[in-house]
Design a protein around this ligand. Structure first.
Ligand SMILES: *Cc1c(COP(=O)(O)O)cnc(C)c1O
Length: 388
């Protein structure tokens, strides 16, 4: 019998133990925890859309029409109108033939990777790829190779190896456009060039770019004009859309393949219609003048924070996303900083192994358009004070 207590004790000793915090109420960027309120810098709700009246209203209307739960897998009980509508909307937004909703981004990634590659194929990941890409890769049974973050020279070596070792196999490269714990960008232009040269497929996870980067927030793939060259564009409704759910955009063939092969789609109850309808409402906002205004507010906030943190934290004065890691290194120190910020009224998570490498612990600040300049100034003041 394994002594699970010992596992937990060891996690505590290494400052790697995790605990849930309770949130009692959310008001814009302010959350109530017990009897104190703190400013939330832990949320990926970049444009505040989870609180938007028309996003909420769309969810409520869908509940009245379709009920709360979706009752079964779509292959069993059918697609409801909001599913089809969102899939059409998101495919048009991303500039692809077709799209498919999943219950989460995690499920979308795992199901899709396992549909595209298997035993005898090769999957190549960026070292900093999100857990859902790693888990999909492992579950697929394909040979897994990892290249150091954004190191296209090493990626090329892996491609050469794959081509000679598995000449009959497919090759899939999976990476992110905005890296979730570092906030920097994948070198997509260079990766596309290589994947063309080696006739590999490319999967790009745009979880943190959709809604934030590119024209109307359509993502980095679109911003770089690469949509014709990226076979799989993945995204989630749970970040800038302020909702919940995941999606894959690509060719009609890809989507038909997923409906037939993606186990996380086939054997899981459909995303509730309320989420799909709220997703369409959020997408409408992203594409509107209001969306542009929210994005420009977000980017103003991002630059304001970057400027005020430049002396202590930020490697480059030119931020490329709404995610700011302040790298601390030591796990215990990162935890202490997060605790001290919480005591000062700021919810900022400490990110530790295995989310990031050992000794690369950090606090991760996620900016929102709804933060006020005074809140940002107060946070950066508290961080600067703690680091000097
Ligand atoms: C959050 C996230 C996901 C998972 O999306 P969910 O909808 O939360 O399951 C996938 N990839 C990246 C890079 C993410 O940050």
């Amino acid at each position: 019998m394994i002594h699970y207590d010992q596992i937990l004790t060891r996690l505590r000793e290494q400052s790697l133990f995790r605990e849930l915090r309770n949130i009692d109420e959310i008001q814009g960027p302010v959350v109530k925890m017990g009897d104190h309120t703190v400013v939330n810098f832990a949320s990926n709700d970049y444009l505040g859309l989870s609180q938007h009246p028309s996003v909420k209203a769309a969810a409520k209307t869908a509940i009245d029409r379709f009920g709360v739960g979706s009752s079964a897998s779509r292959l069993v009980s059918g697609s409801q109108f909001p599913h089809r509508q969102f899939e059409e909307d998101i495919a048009a937004f991303k500039g692809t033939e077709s799209a498919l909703l999943f219950s989460t981004g995690y499920a979308a990634a795992v199901g899709t990777i396992c549909s595209l590659v298997g035993r005898g194929d090769v999957i190549i990941l960026d070292k900093l790829a999100h857990a859902c890409l790693i888990d999909g890769a492992k579950l697929s049974g394909a040979y897994l190779r990892v290249f150091p973050h954004n190191n296209v020279t090493k990626l090329k070596h892996h491609l050469e190896w794959a081509q000679s070792a598995y000449p009959q196999g497919r090759i899939l490269i999976a990476t992110e456009s905005v890296f979730s714990m570092d906030g920097d960008l994948g070198d997509l232009a260079a990766i596309v060039e290589l994947k063309n040269q080696f006739r590999a497929l490319l999967f790009v996870d745009e979880a943190h770019a959709t809604g934030v980067i590119g024209p109307q927030g359509s993502g980095l793939v679109n911003a770089l004009g690469l949509k014709q060259q990226v076979e799989v564009q993945m995204g989630t409704l749970s970040k800038a859309f302020g909702v919940s759910g995941g999606f894959i955009c690509g060719s009609r063939t890809l989507i038909q393949l997923l409906v037939n092969r993606a186990r996380s789609f086939i054997y899981s109850t459909a995303l509730p219609s309320a989420c799909a309808a709220a997703g369409s409402a959020a997408l409408q906002i992203l594409c509107s003048g209001e969306g542009d205004a929210l994005r420009s507010q977000l980017w103003n906030n991002v630059f304001l924070l970057a400027k005020s943190l430049v002396t202590v934290a930020w490697k480059s004065p030119q931020p490329t996303s709404a995610i700011f890691p302040v790298i601390i290194g030591d796990e215990a120190k990162a935890l202490r900083l997060a605790e001290s910020l919480l005591a000062h009224g700021f919810l900022v998570p400490a990110i530790r192994y295995p989310t990031v490498a050992r000794g690369a612990a950090r606090i991760r600040i996620a900016m929102s358009s709804s933060h006020a300049p005074e809140q940002i100034a107060a946070l950066s003041g508290a961080i600067v004070a703690s680091r000097s």
